[in-house]
Design a protein around this ligand. Structure first.
Ligand code: BG6
Length: 491
């Protein structure tokens, strides 16, 4: 099976010394080699603005992988064959002359060419034009780009236009790494392979949905970038809206990239704007102050390294999204995400409506909702809270809520779950775009996010403070309790 789909490829990696390449891409490529998924003749050309020889870089890469990967994942023979695939060149990405060397590197090769731009998006346009002018790419070259694609609709169009000048949409692989997470893909299997859920997945049966993406880390040395973005642009515009789309979309007619992406776009188009009159009830922004993280004291956002004292950027957001279509009318999607929350946790909770007529003890009525909890990370798995009779002669028909539990590591063995980037790189090599974001998805997501941001600016919204290590401002709890509900772990 592997042999059938493993094809030789040449990967040109721009930004090879950057954080993304070092933390994610090289370890992921190594894991592909270890899994036997890189063809023996595949090559990697690393590019950066540092004078160094290919041998130096191979040495550095070996050290990097030894540091980054668990010892049990290091296989000396694999490490050696992987590192031998690496070549390195100095390149100033904005200098057209240097690109001739890339064309030379490709001379005589017919392996698929993949270009990975692990650079700031401001470089995409230069790189694309220089590649074209150097005659380095063909119509079958695949190009991978990272978020952020702009900071609003207009700037995202500029970047997308620059890419479109040189590459067709079929050549572009826009990464949202959440789509590469194993459990996120499982949403598609869960929804469309189980008729049990398919028939229950609408406003007749679901009362509301919660999506939580919590992180315990703070800004991690990238205050300047983060402060210009904020949590809505950094997390909601991409990762959380992608999760919302996968939960809310209609069944695609097949698993092809366009069928799935067409359905996601319909959801984005149907998102109701959060207009100024809804600001007070539908949106909470927060910013963390000093507190604790994993038992250690940590500074507030405004006291982090490089911080600007009066920043009003949000590090937390909770919002109530509504989808104006037949399936989801009246079903709120409560979304929250933040930095410096008590734990790292990404979880979706589907709350089903109670049965139409209740016949058990009235004091247990609050138990009467089934919930499907989908844990994306950590402890990937699913749990369906169902009601059963409490055991024992003396219990009569007392109800008990218990989970039907599926923890992937227990159910399917302790096989390591591949990192999102392994999956995504592998899909690019296979030429499969279904886990990548199409231009119109990016733009419709920005359209919705832009109006949220514009409206909170007009409304004069200021972030509310929350202590690091807590679940965000109390206003986020108030937002959901106002509707007679609570965040899942608060129950
Ligand atoms: C990135 C954001 O896209 O996702 C970061 O820019 C965030 O701010 C990260 O920390 C979270 O990803 P994960 O995979 O750790 O949940």
């Amino acid at each position: 099976m592997v042999d059938e789909i493993r094809t030789p490829c040449d990967l040109i990696l721009f930004g090879a010394l950057g954080d993304l390449a070092q933390r994610k891409l090289f370890p992921a490529l190594y894991q592909l080699e270890r899994a036997g998924l890189l063809d023996a003749s595949s090559r990697i050309l690393a590019l950066a603005r540092k004078q160094a020889s290919a041998d130096d870089m191979r040495g550095q890469l070996t050290d990097l992988l030894r540091q980054r990967l668990p010892e049990s994942d290091i296989d000396e023979a694999v490490l050696d064959s992987f590192v031998q695939k690496l070549d390195y060149q100095y390149l100033d990405f904005s200098d057209p002359d240097g690109f001739a060397a890339l064309t030379e590197w490709r001379q005589g090769r017919d392996a698929n060419l993949i270009v990975y731009m692990a650079t700031p998006p401001s470089m995409y346009g230069y790189i694309a034009r220089n590649l074209r002018d150097a005659g380095c790419c063909t119509d079958s070259t695949r190009v991978v780009v990272e978020k952020p694609i702009g900071h609003d609709l207009e700037s995202s169009r500029v970047i997308n236009d620059q890419l479109a000048e040189v590459f067709s949409e079929q050549q572009l692989y826009r990464i949202d790494h959440y789509l590469g997470k194993e459990t996120v893909q499982n949403l598609i299997a869960l929804r469309f392979a189980n008729n049990l859920f398919a028939s229950q997945w609408d406003q007749n049966h679901i009362s509301h949905v919660e999506i939580t993406v919590a992180e315990s880390v703070g800004i991690e040395g990238r205050w300047g970038y983060f402060d210009r973005a904020g949590q809505v642009r950094d997390m909601v515009q991409n990762h959380l809206l992608q999760l919302l789309c996968l939960i809310a979309m209609d069944p695609p007619s097949d698993l092809s990239a366009d069928s799935i992406r067409d359905e996601k776009v319909k959801v984005l188009k149907a998102l109701r704007p959060i207009t100024p009159d809804l600001m007070a009830t539908h949106l909470v922004r927060g910013q963390y102050t000093a507190g604790t993280s994993n038992g250690q004291p940590v500074p507030g956002y405004l006291d982090e390294e490089d911080a600007v004292a009066n920043s009003t950027t949000e590090t937390f957001v909770a919002l109530k999204a509504e989808i104006d279509n037949w399936r989801w009318s009246g079903v709120p999607f409560y979304i929250r995400t933040g930095k410096r929350l008590p734990e790292k946790l990404s979880q979706i909770v589907i709350h089903f409506k109670p049965a139409p007529h209740y016949i058990f003890d009235s004091d247990q009525k609050h138990l009467a909702n089934n919930k499907l909890i989908i844990r994306l990370q950590p402890d990937e798995g699913m749990s369906l809270n169902i009601l059963t009779k409490d055991q024992g002669l003396d219990k009569g028909m007392r109800l008990r809520q218990g989970p039907l539990e599926l923890t992937f590591s227990e159910a399917f063995g302790n096989d390591r779950i591949p990192d999102a980037y392994e999956r995504l790189l592998w899909e690019v090599m296979k030429g499969n775009q279904y886990l990548f974001v199409r231009r119109d998805e990016v733009e419709f997501a920005w359209r919705w996010v832009d109006q949220v941001i514009r409206n909170w600016q007009d409304y004069g919204s200021h972030p509310k403070r929350y202590a690091a290590g807590t679940w965000g401002p109390v206003a986020s709890v108030a937002m959901i309790t106002r509707d007679g509900r609570s965040w899942y772990e608060d129950v």
